[in-house]
Write a protein that binds this ligand. Sequence first.
Ligand code: TRP
Ligand code: ZN
Length: 902
Amino acid sequence: MMREGTASAVYRLQYQAPAFWVDTVDLAFDLDPAKTRVLNKMRLRRNPEVAAEALRLDGEELNLARVLVNGAGTSFKIEENQLVLENLPEGNDPFDLEIFTTCAPEKNTHLMGLYVSNDTFFTQCEAQGFRRITYYLDRPDVMASFTVTLRADKKRYPVLLSNGNLVESGELEGGRHFAKWVDPHKKPCYLFALVAGQLVAREQQITSRAGKEHLLQVYVRPGDLGKTEHAMNSLMAAIAWDETRFGLSLDLDRFMIVATSDFNMGAMENKGLNIFNTKYVLASPSTATDLDYANIEGVVGHEYFHNWTGDRVTCRDWFQLSLKEGLTVFRDQEFSMDMAGSLSARATRRIEDVRVLRTAQFPEDAGPMAHPVRPDSYVEINNFYTVTVYEKGAEVVRMQRTLVGGHEGFAQGMKLYFERHDGHAVTCDDFAQAIADANPGSALATHLDQFKRWYSQSGTPCVKATGQYDAAAQTWTLTLSQSCPATPGQPGKLPFVIPVAMGLVAQDGAQLPLQLEGEATASGTSRTLVLHEASQSFTFVNVAAEPVPSLLRGFSAPVILEHDDSDAALLTLLASDSDAFNRWEAGQRLLLRTALNAIASDAGAASVTGQNALIPATVVEALRTVLRHPQLDAAFKELVLTLPSEAYIAEQVEVVDPQQIHAVREQLRAQLARELQADWVWAFETHQASGAYRPDAISSGRRALTSLALSMLCLAARESGDAIWPGKALQRFKDAGNMTDRLGALGALVASGHELARPALERFHDRFKDDALVLDKWFALQAGRTDRGGDVLPAVQQLLKHPDFNLKNPNRARSLVFSYCSANPAGFHRQDGAGYAFWAEQVLLLDAFNPQVAARLARALDRWKKLAEPYRALARAAIERVAAAPKLSNDVRELVTHALAD
Ligand code: TRP
Ligand code: ZN
């Protein structure tokens, strides 16, 4: 049953408070995969602030059996997924409403609402899944006290979980049993959860700093218990971190995490009962990579931090999604940074976060789906769980911290936020107001109204910087000008408040003391300028010689910085900037410049194996110096020596020829492989991580660098025809003591196109065929291949028919279909358009049973208008084919409508 053709938009400014409040809700479930019975007893009352109206309860794919008001039958009608009750008691006294429905969890392929995975029941209610479980006021500003009774066959479903505290459990007739849960905290229904099935738990008793005892549990399928240690450690670390950093303690006796292998997204912060994709829970050295370990730490932290930012204070409406998501991403980023330890490991994390922002969010902000951090309208809210709401939202919180002077002021702001809003559903305005009010006199307080344009205006601002040195006056003047391109629905923009962290570096690498005109003395070597007008100038005095400016240190604002520094200036920064982020950035800009020059002169047209030396010798030397540097961390070296991605390069050009970009980038890679060959050998041999596997920043950095070195050496070997390094890669693949090294070696072999790749892939499958998460890596690696001149589509088609492939499982779909369509531009963008045709077909296939996942895939062609011909016309045809399908979900329809709009 699809809601095709019913698409209508919801607008932020049309928000109205609910006509009724729900005080308590008592749910009883008789769990059965084919037919689950749900008895929903609510106590409601009218909202005296809203004129008397009918009660409209949301419901989807439910079979309604009975409705009672205060114990007696009543009249009702069903209007388009709503149960409408008009004859309710007058007055403001509470009344009881009892609704009895059934649903079919085993037929629920959307994975929203109540569904079955591996004979275990799970729920997913955010954003609007609760209405697929029972009729309810399915909106986040209705917060109620939940009591939940679960009944099920005891043998088949021995574990029965829901939010809060277990208050009663016992046997029932016919081999059934029950459990009764009471959540001590009021919550919106999107935070409701239940789980029932055969699960085992790793348990941990902890005592908080406040001296309270808590039970932590991580539930998985029997057999996976050995892979839960890292998730549990991450949870304990997150709990301790929130206490120390923000004074926020765990407010529950019991905190549970449950893993499922069928999940639309990463994880979900249901109060006290987080449900996770197995990908973000299960890890062992032999099956998970360093990236998996880091992601688990980040996602476990993220969901735990929601316990306060999201669950205790929630969103008034879904337009405010970034209130919880932007803030919680910011918190998990900070947590991961603190866990990383050293200053340079922190910088590494920051670089990784910024890379995501620039390769995923900037394109979103420049494409047909551009929307403000706080959107103004939507058709399907699931389409707004985006990098803009999450990652740009986190940057907006980060800037607020910067503008109140750092962590102290920000923590004060958080304190005030909870004092004001604990237990309530609020808006992004409420958040910014609290941070500003706790910091009177701060730049945030001074510019608050203007700052909030970051919530209302979409598009990535561009900051143009020019420096002017006056040798006679010994002054250096920085002029910053801002602009922001038009985005759908927003033709013109007003200036933003942009914190620009900066410093000045001398030609010899010294960090110069900073003194602005009008200041009595110099202070510090780094400071934050606040750009709030269209254009502003800042004059630094006592500058003895022309400096090299280091601008936007730490990426202090989510903007595109335009500054035409010379190669020499960038080389100075790469060698000497005290800000690690800008040091990396200088290297990236040098490489990007090379790539863009090559694209402009069409050097990529030369054969990929041609020995074009595109990167200037000075830049190669500077990269060699970084690679060989005695003090720098391996992780940082790996980031500096990795070229800007094809997606990032594509964003910098007007018209995108994906094949040309790929060819140019491959030439640059080949040049680095060739000209730094001896250095790669050195790096490979001297950076081996020894001892037992540990996923810490230092050892994972070493593994990252050795894997890069190995892939460079295999690449160089392809050019020279030598077989030593592919042989070594195969050996490493076989002998590796952990998945990071094993996959790194396999990846190097596969990317080099060497014939040893095939048997290695077979061997990998043989060994890991029973581990779903590892098999996902096996599919993804093959879908991401770019050897064979980019002709990977036949192999992808072949893999679709592989017995281990299953489109219904979102992780598996992502590993093959998404890896090809969204992460392999050279394979996907074909002159014959076959990649696009494949995309259209898969979007439609997915949409028939899981619109949310289909809609994610639908976005792979977001940037079609930027493509060169013939790609552009072929892409358009494919999107039109999807748009013309007779049956389409609101999710996919909204996206293709935007994509095709002028
Ligand atoms: N709120 C979740 C988070 O950010 C993500 C989420 C939203 C989600 N909707 C979902 C997860 C649907 C799974 C399915 O942590
Ligand atoms: Zn979240």
